[in-house]
Ligand binder design. Structure first.
Ligand SMILES: NC(=O)c1ccc[n+]([C@@H]2O[C@H](COP(=O)([O-])OP(=O)(O)OC[C@H]3O[C@@H](n4cnc5c(N)ncnc54)[C@H](OP(=O)(O)O)[C@@H]3O)[C@@H](O)[C@H]2O)c1
Length: 291
């Protein structure tokens, strides 16, 4: 059986992927890259092998990647330093002789500088190019936006205020759950035939934030109103509320991308891979806002 190394394993996506992998292959085949082994005791208790490494530290990556067949490369959460970090990962995978890299990228329509999320997209676009040029087998997983992000975009005061406040207009988003992304990864990592392919991993239906608001109203039996202000008004309101500028601009950029239907990209890839329907937005939100 192949050796599989999962990066970002102390995080949500990587950690859930490890849990799904454990249902499909034996623990000794699974290794995880962690920055601090002391933070990964729960992973260790599952029987997987911990390897210490940091995307900023090229030598640590080459050392960790030696003998690895398949690398599940979770994109870095450090947006500012992501370009150099991702270049390190791709180069180290090549130098260490990794046979196949599966990279978590993002689904999109607009790849130009005019995209409202161009600064976040840049490192994904570059990483895809580096992988394609590397000579190492790759699979590019173009993830849609995680359903898990909906409560983050709507904030923790949603039920208190009864207002879903986001400048996303009537744009449609094909949200899919992070859990489904992780299960998909576990299947792709333990089956063959995915070399040098690009998969859009998204949902079968797309929803607007008005649809989402209606769903939450139904789940909670509390009247929620969707308000889509202008981008400027949104930025101004969040600034006055003391939200850090970096978050405000990231949220405003994504909301504008939603408005422009950047993530209105539906397909049945999850069902093809998992043999079941993807989790719907309503099912996911019931788990968050239901009793
Ligand atoms: N499509 C979407 O809707 C969506 C939403 C959110 C995020 N994302 C992307 O998906 C990725 C995974 O999401 P997530 O929710 O699992 O994020 P997360 O819970 O924040 O986990 C991030 C992981 O990356 C690790 N990491 C950060 N910097 C690193 C470095 N320099 N070297 C090695 N590892 C490093 C973290 O390790 P530590 O535990 O040591 O910090 C953690 O394990 C994110 O990083 C982001 O790029 C996509």
């Amino acid at each position: 059986m192949s050796t599989i190394l999962v990066t970002g394993a102390t995080g949500s996506l990587g950690g859930t992927t490890v849990d799904f992998l454990l249902k499909r292959t034996d623990a000794p085949n699974i290794l995880v890259l962690v920055r601090d082994a002391a933070k990964a005791a729960d992973l260790k208790s599952k029987g997987v092998t911990l390897l210490e490494g940091d995307y900023n530290d090229y030598a640590s990556l080459v050392k960790a990647f030696k003998g690895i067949d398949k690398l599940y490369f979770v994109s870095s959460s450090d947006i500012e330093n992501r370009n150099s970090q991702h270049k390190n990962v791709v180069d180290a995978a090549k130098e260490a002789g990794v046979k196949h890299v599966l990279y978590t990228s993002f689904v999109r329509k607009n790849e130009t500088e005019t995209s409202p999320i161009a600064s976040i997209a840049e490192s994904h676009l570059k990483t895809e190019q580096w992988l394609e040029a590397s000579g190492v087998n790759y699979t590019i997983l173009k993830h849609t936006i995680y359903t898990d992000m909906i409560p983050v975009f709507l904030g923790d005061k949603l039920l208190e205020t009864g207002i879903a406040y986001l400048p996303a207009g009537n744009g449609k988003v094909a949200f899919a759950s992070r859990n489904d992304m992780a299960e998909v990864a576990s299947v792709l990592l333990t089956t063959g035939g995915h070399e040098n392919k690009v998969y859009d991993i998204t949902n079968e239906t797309a929803v607007t934030f008005q649809d989402i608001t209606n769903v939450i109203t139904k789940i909670t039996s509390k009247e929620i109103t969707y308000v889509s202000p202008s981008s400027e008004e949104y930025i101004d309101t969040l600034t006055k509320a003391g939200v850090p500028a970096g978050y405000i601009h990231m949220f405003a950029g994504f909301a504008e991308a939603f408005k422009q239907n950047e993530f209105d990209a539906v397909n049945n890839k999850i069902e093809t891979i998992l043999g079941r329907k993807p989790e719907t937005v309503a099912e996911y939100l019931k788990g968050v806002y239901g009793n």
